[in-house]
Ligand binder design. Structure first.
Ligand SMILES: Cc1cc2nc3c(=O)[nH]c(=O)nc-3n(C[C@H](O)[C@H](O)[C@H](O)COP(=O)(O)OP(=O)(O)OC[C@H]3O[C@@H](n4cnc5c(N)ncnc54)[C@H](O)[C@@H]3O)c2cc1C
Length: 402
């Protein structure tokens, strides 16, 4: 792996990183600001305009001012068997990164453990049109790269790929166990592990996701103005999202594989009363077909009662067959609702277990938007700060009291 270190003579962290690379036998090429402007350019890019040194660049990743822990993870060195921090965040999507940004800025030592890439689900969407402040929309991965850097800039350590496999109590805090065998100890843990949309398992669905197949009406309905769309699903979310879609689309073909819709009666009645909605029960979507330009052309549907197949012409497909929270590893430690989402106190992100918080899409009742996830992350940071402050004050009182 080719490794480059962009350094500046006056930078205090450059010596530390240089020494770490040497001690860990990582071969690298160093480029300084003297005699070449490449280092200055890369430093400015890495800091989004404000140069930051050192920058470590490998073939796949660039890290500005990495901590020793981040270097260990980046170069596949063993992480220490036990790491202690002020707040541990599980999940590096908008909820986790926002909590990290707030906490690190308040100088709370903060580590984010992310099993894949920082950014979460937003990395899968190229155009976010409803994030405030971007009138022309914003590229999802770009927004998340900036958020990740913003959190790191204030001192949050972001380790990935590190999967958390379990939590256990330790004193008045918690210990997170990772798939690699490390233990992270912390007085407060924010679970921001998100959820996955249950995907439509039908030929064409995966390939056309983001190009006609969608999983979020709030996010994508405006792209389907005056079009005919299919809705897959028959529960409450399918019914509610269909009613929302009707503000935009010309008509909806709703396909439910069961003999009837399972949504609440008043929702079903509203759908049935709208002439723009065509309800198809006993109907299983078996494929999504595209035209020569790659645009959705029709959904292939099996009428289970009649045993007949037909391709119903639509220009888009919305799939609402549920979300699966990434919380299996929390079972037995945090209260989960029937679908597996983390239960928090009403109007809060605090769970019943002290020092354990849940933010974003993995929280029961979450609205599954970037803004609401970021809002949860912000609230979690306030509660963590309060908790750690109270503990610190108690410890100080105990010392004074002898
Ligand atoms: C295709 C698509 C388009 C979307 N478009 C929009 C849009 O336009 N506007 C909008 O507001 N919202 C949109 N959303 C929804 C939005 O992306 C989510 O609501 C938001 O990302 C939720 O943030 P989160 O931080 O709670 O969870 P996530 O973004 O899901 O992040 C959770 C992170 O936790 C990590 N993780 C999970 N388990 C573990 C573990 N055990 N250990 C370590 N890490 C773990 C995951 O890898 C993931 O990176 C879209 C979603 C999708 C799928």
């Amino acid at each position: 792996m080719a490794v480059k270190l962009y350094a500046d003579p006056a930078c205090p962290d450059c010596a530390r990183v240089r020494a770490w690379l040497a001690a860990n036998r990582v071969e690298f090429e160093e480029l300084g600001t003297a005699g070449s402007d490449q280092a200055a350019r890369r430093a400015a890019e890495a800091g989004y305009g404000a140069p930051v040194f050192p920058v470590v660049e490998t073939e796949g990743r660039t890290l500005a001012r990495p901590s020793d822990l981040e270097l260990a993870e980046l170069f596949g060195r063993e992480l220490p068997a036990a790491v202690e921090t002020g707040c541990l965040i599980v999940g590096g999507g908008p909820a986790g990164l926002t909590a990290a940004l707030y906490l690190a800025r308040e100088m709370v030592p903060t580590i984010v453990l992310e099993q894949a890439l920082p950014g979460g689900q937003v990395n899968t969407t190229s155009l976010v049109e409803n994030y405030p402040g971007f009138p022309q929309g914003v590229d999802g991965p770009d927004l998340m790269a900036k958020l990740a850097y913003q959190a790191r800039r204030f001192g949050a350590e972001l380790l990935h790929p590190v999967e958390v496999t379990g939590l256990r109590a330790a004193g008045d805090g918690h210990e997170a166990l990772t798939a690699g065998g490390s233990v992270f100890r912390s007085g407060a843990v924010v679970v921001a592990a998100g959820s996955d949309y249950r995907r439509l398992e039908a030929p064409g669905a995966a390939e056309l996701t983001g190009r006609g197949v969608a999983y979020c009406a709030t996010c994508d309905a405006p792209f389907f103005r005056n079009k005919t769309v299919a809705v897959v699903g028959g529960g409450n979310s399918a019914a509610e999202e269909s009613l929302f879609l009707l503000k935009f689309v010309r008509e909806i073909h709703l396909f439910q594989h069961l003999p009837e819709l399972t949504a609440q009666r008043h929702l079903v009645e509203r759908l049935a009363a709208d002439p723009r909605v065509h309800l198809h029960v006993n109907s299983e979507v078996r494929a999504v077909r595209a035209d020569a330009r790659g645009a959705v052309r029709c959904v292939e549907v099996r009428d289970r009662a009649a045993g007949r197949d037909e391709c119903v012409a639509v220009q888009g497909v919305f799939v609402f067959i549920g979300r699966t929270p990434n919380t299996g590893w929390l079972r037995g430690y945090a209260e989960l609702d029937a679908a597996g989402f983390v239960v928090t106190r009403p109007g809060s992100v605090a769970t019943a277990r002290q020092g354990l918080f849940a933010a974003g899409d993995c929280r029961s009742g979450a609205r599954a938007q970037i803004t609401t996830a970021a809002g949860d992350g912000t609230l979690a940071s306030f509660l963590v700060r309060e908790l750690l402050g109270q503990r610190q004050a108690r410890r100080a009182d105990a010392v004074v009291g002898g």
